[in-house]
Structures are given as structure tokens and as C-alpha cells.
Design a protein around this ligand. Structure first.
Ligand code: UDP
Length: 251
């Protein structure tokens, strides 16, 4: 497997098409496969938190969601082919689900968002099976509550509905911790921790216009829209400085 290790986290070096093919393979397997979508902010968090780093390294596919990771890989001459966002891969996964009649469950985001995302997706694909939805504020492991009946009931529902594909949008690192903790109990084939993807599908949040995406400036667009993200986004220049100052940062 071709990976680039950035500050201790192995990132798969693949393009969107490869990632989609890999999902198809995962769906033909028996056991659950976890897909994680780190950006540079998440890698900085993992650098400080060995448990989180270990969880990311246990992902079955780990894609470079942020342009910072691509820059880092190029600075250290181990170039990642391209940025593959969790959002874009999630849309490809919905394509596969619609084509091949897989059952999809949307878990996460504020009350009503997953439901609205389901409606939007059903408008686009007439035959898609979005078998269930639930908001991301139930009492569960991601909120530091273990074995709560609310969480148990959701996992039971996911399993009873024969879910093949699970979207989990609880934000990082909650979604990664939650998925890793529950991986043996979830009977789906593919689960992706995809952050605010359902917010975008439900049109609660707008993705950056093409111009910003093309020039690697999506972070700037999000900062303009939500200035309070500065606390998180300050990690991007710190990340790049860390890469520049340490020859061993990318392997
Ligand atoms: N979220 C959730 N449960 C939580 C915390 C967050 O469902 O306990 C949702 C939040 O409402 C948002 C999504 O997770 O819809 C993604 O959060 P965030 O914007 O932090 O993630 P990002 O995509 O920026 O990593």
C-alpha cells in the first residue's frame, strides 16, 4: 500500500477514483472498513494525542482531506497525488450506493440535518436506499458516555436495517473515537467519518466556490464565513512550520 506518513499518521496516496474503487472492494468484503478524512488540523491534534493517532492509523482508508497535507508532502518530496476530500468521496459513495442498491444510514449533525440530507439525496437519486437517520447528539461514547441505551438503540437500528454504508458526522476527533470504539458492534461494511458532509448535502453549510477550491483556499473561504474558526485554523500555519522545521516530519 502506497502511503505517506505525515507527523506519524499514514495517509493513503491515492486519487478520488482510486479511493472510490477501494470503497467498491470494501463493500465486497465481510468485515467493517473504516474511512478517516484528516486535514492538517486533525494531524496536529493527533500529534499531541497518541490514542487519536493510533485510531487514525487503524483506519482502512485514510484520505488527505486538507490541502495542507498535500503541501506538506510536496515540501518533503513525498508527494501525495491529490487532495481527496471526505465530502467528494462521500458523494462518490452515494453514487455507488444508488447504482448497486446498498443501504445507507446517516448518523450525525444537529437535529433534522441528516433527515434533510436524506431528502436532498433522494431528490437526486430516485432509487437510493437511505434506510435511516439520527442526529449526532445522542448520549454515547463520543460524549464520554459508555454503553448508554441511546447509543445501544442507534447501533441496533443501524444493524437491524441491514446498513451497508454508514456516514458518521460528529466532527473530529469524536467521530473517529466513536467509530473505533464501536467497530466490532456495527454490522455495516463501510463507515466514513465525514465531518460536516451532511451539513453541506442538506445545504445548511455552503462549500467554498470552485475558485477557492482550485487554488487550495477553501480554508480561507471558511474563515471568512465563520471567523471563529480562527482558533482551529491557526493550526494550519503551525502545521506547515512544523513540516518545514523537521526533515523527518514526512516519511
Ligand atoms: N456534531 C455532532 N455531535 C457532536 C459534535 C458535533 O453531530 O457531538 C456535528 C456538528 O453539528 C456538525 C458536524 O458534527 O454538523 C461536524 O462538526 P465540525 O464542523 O466540528 O466538523 P468538521 O467537518 O469541521 O471537522
Amino acid at each position: 500500500m502506497n502511503t505517506v506518513n505525515i507527523l506519524g499518521v499514514d495517509i493513503d496516496n491515492l486519487n478520488l477514483r482510486d479511493a472510490k474503487d477501494k470503497v467498491r472492494d470494501f463493500l465486497n468484503d465481510e468485515d467493517l472498513k473504516l474511512i478517516f478524512t484528516p486535514n492538517s488540523e486533525i494531524i496536529m491534534d493527533a500529534k499531541k494525542d497518541p490514542e487519536f493517532k493510533n485510531i487514525l492509523n487503524n483506519g482502512d482508508m485514510v484520505i488527505a482531506d486538507g490541502i495542507g497535507l498535500v503541501y506538506a508532502s510536496k515540501i518533503r518530496k513525498k508527494p501525495l497525488e491529490e487532495r481527496v476530500t471526505g465530502y467528494d468521496l462521500s458523494l462518490e459513495i452515494l453514487d455507488i450506493a444508488a447504482e448497486e442498491s446498498y443501504n445507507v444510514y446517516f448518523l450525525g449533525c444537529a437535529e433534522g440535518v441528516a433527515e434533510e440530507a436524506k431528502r436532498k439525496v433522494e431528490e437526486k437519486y430516485k432509487n437510493i436506499n437511505i434506510v435511516g437517520t439520527h442526529n449526532g447528539f445522542f448520549k454515547g461514547y463520543h460524549l464520554g458516555i459508555e454503553n448508554h441505551p441511546e447509543e445501544e438503540a442507534i447501533i441496533e437500528e443501524i444493524n437491524n436495517l441491514d446498513t451497508d454504508i454508514l456516514f458518521v458526522g460528529l466532527g473530529a476527533p469524536k467521530q473517529e473515537f466513536w467509530l473505533y470504539h464501536n467497530r466490532d458492534r456495527i454490522k455495516a461494511k463501510v463507515a466514513i467519518g465525514n465531518g460536516g458532509t451532511m451539513d453541506v448535502i442538506a445545504e445548511k453549510v455552503k462549500r467554498a466556490p470552485d475558485f477557492f477550491q482550485k487554488f487550495g483556499l477553501e480554508w480561507l473561504y471558511r474563515l471568512i464565513k465563520e471567523p471563529k474558526r480562527i482558533k482551529r485554523q491557526i493550526k494550519l500555519p503551525i502545521f506547515l512550520l512544523t513540516i518545514l522545521s523537521d526533515k523527518e516530519s514526512v516519511k
